[in-house]
Write a protein that binds this ligand. Structure first.
Ligand code: PAF
Length: 288
């Protein structure tokens, strides 16, 4: 696996690959790689000639009081995992390569950036949209891989890819879970043993709402109340949001007459975790 830092080196490599008609699969990451990330790398490996993984802890998507400084970093471990998965290129730019002095251009996905996590984390999706647009411009991928766990991020990235005419396909891969149902996240590493145990309530809340839906309760508000009741029953959880929304617009729905994203976020100590499931008419669900 080739490890590159320079933006121009990656972009000229991508241009060469495109000129020789080799397909590029991009997996954008912030490192601290777990099985969720590796499932994206495997999907990219299956579907492309060249797998390019970016590793950049993007400062613009962290708020001033958030965990940028302590975000888990394990460069050597990440490099080894990517090598083992057969990735071809690892791009890990220094922050000055991505945001050189004088940098002032940002992408805003105006309505979506205010919804779900965007409501709790003002400016977060502006940072995500900006860095992902830059990754697309530099890496020139044919396909770019993201995890369904970050459902609001997926909506933002799909929208910007369409609005800005990026010639690529956004591929969304299923949530990867721990054996007890907790969705894999780099931030799980922050949890105390008691909070790690309590955090399984997120998955249980989704299971309860999905079961309620399959039992015939199709009103979005009743599903939302079910999520809230389940999360509130765990004393260590502090609810951030529970929502039943359109997966593309993230706007609240009244009834499940089409695919509906059930999304939850809660704090466990100082750590905020998210999870989601999709319910849809005709017994379609993304819960494993
Ligand atoms: O999902 C993430 O890890 C980040 O938000 C991303 C897409 C790599 C952008 O920094």
């Amino acid at each position: 696996m080739q490890v590159l830092t320079s933006t121009t080196a990656v972009q000229s490599r991508a241009l060469d690959l495109r000129a020789s008609e080799r397909s590029i699969g991009l997996v954008p990451t912030m490192g601290a790689l777990h099985e969720g990330h590796l499932s994206l790398v495997r999907a990219a490996r299956r579907e492309n000639d060249v797998v390019l993984v970016s590793l950049f802890v993007n400062p613009t998507q962290f708020g001033p009081t958030e965990d940028l400084a302590r975000y888990p970093r394990d460069l050597e471990g990440d490099r080894q995992k990517l090598e083992d998965e057969g990735a071809d290129i690892l791009w890990r730019p220094p922050a000055e390569e991505v945001y050189p002095p004088g940098y002032q251009t940002y992408i805003r996905v105006e309505d979506l950036e205010t919804r779900l996590d965007g409501a709790t984390r003002p400016g977060h999706f502006r940072g995500v949209a900006t860095v992902v647009s830059k990754l697309f411009h530099v890496c020139l991928p044919h396909r770019a891989y993201f995890g369904q766990k970050d459902a609001a991020q997926v909506a933002v990235i799909r929208r910007l890819a369409q609005d800005l005419n990026f010639p690529l396909r956004v591929v969304v891969c299923p949530i990867v879970r721990e054996p007890d149902g907790l969705a894999m996240s780099s931030r799980n590493a922050y949890l105390s043993p008691a909070d790690r145990q309590a955090a399984t309530v997120l998955y249980r809340s989704l299971q309860a709402a999905v079961s309620l839906y399959h039992a015939g309760s199709h009103a979005a508000e009743s599903l939302r109340q079910c999520l809230i009741a389940a999360i509130s029953s765990e004393p260590r959880a502090k609810l951030d949001y529970a929502a039943a929304v359109d997966p593309d617009t993230l706007q609240p729905l009244d009834q499940v007459t089409r695919p509906t994203l059930l999304a939850v976020a809660a704090w466990f100590g100082g750590t905020r975790l998210i999870d989601n499931a999709v319910v849809a008419p005709r017994a379609h669900s993304l819960l494993p």
